[in-house]
Unconditional design. Structure first.
Length: 401
């Protein structure tokens, strides 16, 4: 098997995913175009060396549809020989895209690829692509379908996390993200987004609320109690009869933020990197995806971590840093509980609760974030992973070189 190396990565700042957000006037095509141009220009890259571009996009419709990866490559003035494909594994799309791009290299079928993702949630709202799971009774009844928020509250209830627990985690995420920005920990990966006039539209994550406190979060009502009373609590309790009542603890302040953004990761063999004058920063050690119980939906990280560690011949103690997408606070708390992970090793620069979750791009963003942090700490190995809709998990292990 051919080794696959990470040569570089860039991401946009995350803009609030609403009409008043700083990136709302920037099309998803432009978000993808600008990160592709950024990684090309800062590496003086001959794009004719790139075999394929794989981009995650969770709502691939409208202006995000029709294979945005290929169109973005053309729009970024890449060599016309660069192929492009869009993929969707829900929230893990950006990491899955990177894994697929890496797999081409590891299989000896490509020399250089780019993985990543893009999502403009302010312009193409979540759920715009529809889908049978929630709307067709056949799979919904068979799998005890409930919305993700019900699953998150079920995790909190089943595994003993209180409202104070999830709120405290959210406050810490905001604190860590604020510190990371104050100390310029993201400076080597952030690419300021330009508007049509070439002026900077956004150069830092817009969703942060560094003044968040336990008191301010306590004023927020649970977001999913209403739909739970509508009948989804009863569905979840049919699947999990050991739970008497679901305690609704999640709200906008301890769940991932809706934002816009894009990210890309440059991958290649050692030989193509040498030919291009590039220095590898890390090696892709292993990656994997897994299915998990779909009604609770968000427990996949626990199981995919075990799967990919076994594949790599490693143990939890071998991982220096963990980066798990903060879809909901209870997801991360359960993962740490299941694998006895010290919070001092996980999401050390905050996460999606503080900075937001641009669905198709997040996986690539967190992989880049944890690579930067490995370098900053002079540490060696890391795992990036995400929970995934419909009950799945995706994970990638990298090691510095």
């Amino acid at each position: 098997m051919t080794d696959c190396y990470i040569y570089d990565h860039v991401r946009t700042p995350r803009g609030k995913g609403k009409a008043t957000g700083a990136l709302h006037d920037i099309t998803p095509l432009q978000l993808a175009t600008q990160v592709l141009q950024g990684i090309r220009d800062r590496n003086d890259l001959d794009t004719g060396l790139v075999d394929d571009l794989v981009l995650g996009c969770v709502a691939p419709v409208g202006e995000q549809g029709a294979d945005i990866a290929r169109i973005a490559a053309l729009n970024a003035d890449y060599d016309e020989s660069v192929a492009g494909v869009q993929i969707n594994r829900f929230c893990a799309s950006g990491l899955e895209a990177t894994n697929m791009a890496a797999a081409q290299i590891m299989a000896g079928q490509s020399d250089m690829t780019i993985g990543g993702g893009v999502e403009s949630m302010s312009r193409v709202p979540m759920g715009s692509d529809g889908g049978a799971w929630a709307s067709n009774p056949e799979p919904a009844f068979k799998t005890y379908f409930t919305p993700q928020g019900i699953g998150a509250d079920l995790i909190a209830t089943k595994y003993g996390f209180s409202r104070d627990d999830v709120d405290a985690f959210a406050v810490e995420s905001q604190k860590r993200a604020a510190t990371a920005w104050q100390e310029d920990r993201f400076k080597n990966s952030i690419l300021p987004v330009k508007d049509q006039l070439g002026l900077t539209a956004l150069d830092r994550d817009e969703h942060l609320r560094p003044d968040t406190t336990m008191q301010s979060l306590a004023s927020l009502d649970p977001s999913f109690a209403g739909i739970g009373e509508f009948g989804f609590d009863d569905v979840a309790l049919q699947r999990y009869p050991e739970v008497e009542t679901i305690n609704h603890v999640h709200h906008a302040g301890n769940s991932s933020g809706i934002v816009d953004g894009a990210a890309v990761i440059l991958l290649g063999t050692k030989q193509v990197g040498d030919a291009a004058g590039l220095k590898p920063r890390a090696r892709i050690r292993a990656f994997s995806s897994i299915g998990s119980e779909p009604s609770i939906m968000l427990t996949g990280p626990e199981f995919v971590a075990s799967k990919v560690l076994k594949r790599a011949g490693m143990k939890c103690e071998d991982i220096d840093l963990w980066e798990l997408n903060e879809a909901f606070a209870a997801v991360v708390l359960r993962f740490m509980q299941a694998h006895d992970i010290d919070h001092e090793k996980l999401n050390v620069n905050g996460g999606a609760i503080a900075m937001g979750h641009p669905l198709g791009a997040t996986g690539a963003m967190i992989l880049g974030t944890v690579l930067d942090e490995l370098e900053r700490r002079d540490a060696h190995t890391a795992m990036a992973l995400l929970c995934v809709g419909a009950g799945m998990g995706t994970a990638t292990i990298i090691e510095r070189v």
